[in-house]
Design a protein around this ligand. Sequence first.
Ligand SMILES: [Fe+2]
Ligand SMILES: [Fe+2]
Length: 182
Amino acid sequence: MNSLLKELSEEHRSILEKLEHLRSLTDTHEAVSKNKGALKETLLELRRRLHLHHGKEEKILFPALHRLPRIREGGPRCSLFMTHLMNDNIAQSFIESAPDWVVLPTDPPEMEEIRAENSPLMIPLKEHRGGDIAMQCMLHELDQNPTDEGEFLFLLNRFSRMLRLHIEKEETCLFLIYPGSS
Ligand SMILES: [Fe+2]
Ligand SMILES: [Fe+2]
């Protein structure tokens, strides 16, 4: 496997481990308030890992894919995700409902051209931005006293589903068409 894809796959495993840890700390509503400190620490670490990971994808992986005609063709594995997006576009809903105090992540210059021409079937960009907004909202919820445990779990469930699908799309669609992937 190409060394960039290998590195990104390993990072996916470490991101999913942190996600699993978050879920293990929230097996009941009461656990959210009880484990506030550990949840905050885990979320901050997950956010740090995602920032580094997204930086590599946005500067190297996505620009290389964007120039390929195959990225516009979809194909069975890539099209599968269109169904998820049409049924429930979680990233879009995080972006649309972002509170005023949220700090939107800045795009690297490489993303300008891609954003202008992109469609959800091509590069899954909105999920990077939507995920960061969701993590900021979860951290904000943990800082409230009392924390609304139901709201926190709602955000975490939506965020987890989106992140798992995003990683699945990258590994079963984008990585396969990346030049030199095999
Ligand atoms: Fe990604
Ligand atoms: Fe990724």
